[in-house]
Design a protein around this ligand. Structure first.
Ligand code: NAG
Ligand code: NAG
Ligand code: NAG
Ligand code: NAG
Ligand code: NAG
Length: 528
């Protein structure tokens, strides 16, 4: 009898196989708190503390080593070697220790020929190093991008693509693929077009990516809050890339940073959870005050972070004080996250229509900090102290479960908002008025964009201009949105940020064409 031969497919990773990392990783990394001062004792103490203080049970199940764990030289056979002073029992011993308690162990390397700290990089040792890590019991790799140089006439951004996709192939072909955290985009975040072109391939080559600056380290000079807000500012530009199996990573939580107030620490956690971002704590966990442990274990916020839909909360409105964000959750609930970026206590009112909900319904709203539940009709009013964040989970009643992706449409390079303005559209400073809140209906190449200031009007392309016309007038009101950020009209041209919104030939290298849209908008396939 002939045996049925089943071809052995390589195990794909990232968005091709969300089951490798179905929700964002949670755990500990030493870097922001200890930088190169890591060792076995720090990791075993941290593991014991995470176990006894309930963090492991809450989901924080990864212990990740960062840079400086290794020796300055490879062994005679080319293998990487751990620093035997820092890790007297060795990394395989530590992996085993972690596994016995219920943790995973992750490691750090670099795609170039040296790590940022000057230890051996993996360049031209990729397969060997991947095999070494797997043989040590490691199942997660953060691959940094220091000391990468363009070769063979490639653009620098294409060199990163080449190296990181080689790694993706190596990791995917392993019998147990390592989780792959890609630091490539962080090397391009000062140039919007290079950055976006790098982001375009990131979700297909790994499970998460450090997309921007390092969060301020414990001993670092400067404002920790501004560092958090900088990474937050990058994160809100990347909504369209996130999907189950791939998560944008705005870097570590730093809940013992001496420069942060209690409200700022809680905001940091609540914002990252709203994004569905990795929750990797870089702090001395044994000494964290109980109230910090308590908020890090907030089950309602962790459930939001780990929600299977993996939508990233997107900006609904922004003004000089408040950022309002929303996204959908698997059970049909809507999230409302409000951050007071201003320097004093302030109050704002958010109409439910801004969240893509029907104003004729009554909703159940649960405050995820206090667990109190209230009923809301038309709107929610919130009063927030400086740098504090509210998160509500809003449950629609039966018959009111339809939601429409709704919020800001903005050029991610300039931060200016698409604004409805008497029959035309402009790009203007964001001011949280209804003329900057857009309901995005439809899918694929048939998106329609309608401002809440006049829901009978839709954005249209007509004779090369961008206009607002009656939605039912039929022509020119279809748009498509691409992973590249382009918003393309039915006429084939792309929306561009200019005082009066206009159309130009779609171009991958024009920062003014890269648009951020509400979460939940279905992307068109291919490129604009
Ligand atoms: C391990 O690292 C911690 C944190 O940097 C440090 O306080 C401790 O002295 C180190 N222990 C050893 C044995 O090196
Ligand atoms: C390479 O050498 C190191 C150090 O001598 C050893 O621990 C390791 O097992 C060797 N690796 C292989 C693949 O032989
Ligand atoms: C690092 O590798 C590149 C090739 O990618 C090479 O051109 C460069 O000389 C190397 N630099 C160092 C410091 O070894
Ligand atoms: C960004 O990078 C692109 C492509 O590498 C380059 O053409 C452009 O001039 C850069 N933009 C800025 C503002 O430096
Ligand atoms: C808050 O204060 C900081 C520091 O004084 C200042 O840089 C910032 O612009 C202020 N923010 C607002 C929204 O007023």
């Amino acid at each position: 009898m002939a045996l049925l031969m089943v071809p052995l497919l390589p195990v794909q990773a990232s968005v091709e196989n969300p089951s490798l990392l179905p929700s964002p990783p949670m755990g500990f990394n030493n870097w922001a708190r200890f930088e190169c001062d890591l060792n076995e004792t720090l990791f075993t103490e941290t593991a014991q503390s995470m176990l006894s203080r309930g963090l492991l049970e809450a989901g924080y199940n990864r212990l990740n080593l960062d840079d400086c764990w290794m020796q300055h030289d490879r062994a005679a056979n080319g293998s990487l070697q751990w620093d035997t002073t820092k890790f007297p029992n060795g990394i395989p011993w530590l992996a085993n220790y972690a596994h016995e308690l219920g943790f995973h162990l992750g490691i750090y390397e670099d795609a170039g020929n040296a790590t940022c700290g000057g230890y051996p990089g993996s360049y031209q040792h990729e397969q060997q190093d991947a095999d070494t890590f797997a043989s040590w019991g490691i199942d997660y790799l953060k691959l940094d991008g220091c000391n990468v140089y363009a070769e063979d006439g490639r653009l620098l951004r294409d060199e990163y693509k080449y190296l990181y996709s080689e790694w993706h192939k190596i990791l995917s072909d392993m019998s147990k693929p390592l989780i792959f955290s890609e630091s490539a985009p962080a090397y391009f975040c000062t140039n919007e077009t290079d950055w976006t072109r790098v982001m375009d391939w990131i979700p297909y080559n790994g499970e998460l990516a450090r997309h921007s600056d390092d969060i301020l380290v414990y001993s670092g000079a400067g404002s920790a809050w501004e560092s958090i807000m900088t990474n937050y500012g990058y994160q809100v530009q990347l909504v369209r890339y996130q999907q189950p199996g791939y998560y944008n990573d705005p870097d570590f939580l730093i809940p013992d940073h001496p420069g942060l107030t209690e409200d700022e620490k809680k905001s940091h956690f609540a914002l990252w959870a709203s994004f569905g971002a990795p929750l990797i704590i870089s702090a001395y966990i044994p000494a964290l005050p109980e109230e910090v442990i308590t908020f890090l274990k907030n089950k309602d916020l962790i459930d939001v972070d780990q929600d299977e839909l993996a939508q990233q909360a997107a900006l609904v409105t922004r003004d000089f004080n408040f950022d309002v964000l929303t996204r959908s959750l698997t059970n049909g609930d809507r999230l409302l996250t409000v951050l007071n970026r201003g320097n004093s206590t302030a109050t704002t009112t958010i109409p439910v229509t801004h969240l893509g909900l029907d104003s004729s319904c009554k909703y159940r709203a649960r405050d995820l900090w206090t667990s109190t539940v209230k009923t809301i009709k038309d709107s929610v009013e919130v009063t927030l102290d400086t740098h504090a964040t509210y998160v509500y989970r809003i449950t629609p009643p039966r018959g009111c479960t339809k939601t429409t992706p709704t919020g800001m449409i903005f050029n991610t390079a300039s931060g200016r908002c698409l604004t409805a303005s008497s029959g035309k559209a402009t790009f203007s400073s964001c001011d949280a008025t209804d003329s900057q809140v857009w309901a995005v209906s439809g899918s694929g190449s048939k998106l329609t964009l309608s401002p809440l200031s006049d829901t009978s009007k839709c954005l249209a392309s007509k004779d090369g201009s961008v206009l607002l016309v009656a939605c039912d007038s039929g022509s020119g009101t279809s748009w498509s949105h691409f992973i590249t950020g382009h918003l393309k009209s039915g006429s084939g041209d792309c929306l561009v940020d200019s005082v009066r919104a206009s159309l130009r030939t779609c171009d991958q290298n024009v920062a003014g064409q890269i648009m951020g849209l509400p979460s939940g908008v279905q992307l068109a396939t291919g490129a604009a």
